[in-house]
Write a protein that binds this ligand. Sequence first.
Ligand code: NAD
Ligand code: 89Y
Length: 352
Amino acid sequence: MADLKGALIGCGFFAVNQMHGWRDAEGARIVAICDRDPERLRAVGDEFAITRRYLSADDLFADGGFDFVDIATTVGSHRALVELAARHGIATICQKPIAPTMEDAEAMVEACAKAGVAFMVHENFRWQSPIRAVKAAIDSGTVGEVFWGRVSFRSGYDVFSGQPYLATGKRFIIEDLGIHALDVARYIFGDATAVTARTRRVNPAIAGEDVATMLLDHKGAITSIVDCSYATRLPIEPFPETLIEVDGSKGTLRLSQGYHLTMHSKDGTKVTNVEPPVLSWAAPPWHNIQESVARIQQHWVEALRAGREPDTSGRDNLETFALVEASYLSAAEGRTVSVAEVIGRRPSQFSR
Ligand code: NAD
Ligand code: 89Y
């Protein structure tokens, strides 16, 4: 079967990982790239030997010649670019956060559904192998029925030097990083119905919140805590590890710092090293995230080929983005916010 041909828009900080991932992917390759910044376009074009280069997304789509587009720009341009792709009937991957508002996010999902094009959000954290290991352990039944959990990301790592825009937005950690942790909570504990959140800004040099704590009510009577911080100084910097705790009727699971997965039940205690591999192009500490980029891209290729909805489709991602919106609303108003309050049209109303 011929390789799927892709185009990538946005040749910035994170796109380099995506380009490496595509170079290794089976069944897909990037044939064209686009960035409105000529220097970034040149750097990525030269590094990955891509000759078709565009300064404008309109020109890229006008020329065509690809099966899907991978949008790696920042949030402000996501809606316009996804709608442009939908108008051209091109299957689309869009980076997180899907959009600045729920209204935009829903419009993007609707545009792709109406155009009949596949739409996936690059929500990669749930593809990290340590997180997959937690899910597999729960599914094995060792801990019994899950009743409580925690998804935690606490760090003092300087993310602002690589991604300076993170210091300037009114919204920071929930929209940028908490969104992944909230998605992991959905992946492991199921969809949530309500959120109670508290936020704080500790770093005076940034505009948004850098600490957030969310209490989630999940369908199926599971309660979870999702907490994240970029103001936490620890003896060993854990960036970018997501730590997970799971309590069940028969035992417990702990994914702790250093990628140790501890499973405890009446049969004993088992500790496994679930550190992800460092791919040939990857470098610690980012290797955890980098591996998940390669995995989500391979998932996209398989889903597109099979005509299946990807796990983190736009439709699915509305449920994650709703938790972001509900968290900000809850923190602003000091009350519990139901997901139904922030999600306009339920995702099931959008055809796949
Ligand atoms: P960046 O600012 O470094 O790069 C974005 C690039 O897009 C820039 O080069 C800019 O010129 C280009 N661009 C913006 N609008 C454009 C348009 N309309 N047409 C053409 N080019 C355009 O940003 P980044 O740090 O690489 O982040 C990009 C996205 O990736 C963000 O949404 C961010 O949240 C996300 N991200 C995801 C992860 C992850 O693990 N999933 C990690 C880091 C960043
Ligand atoms: O942008 C963020 C993401 O998605 O993963 C980590 C990050 O790069 C900084 O918080």
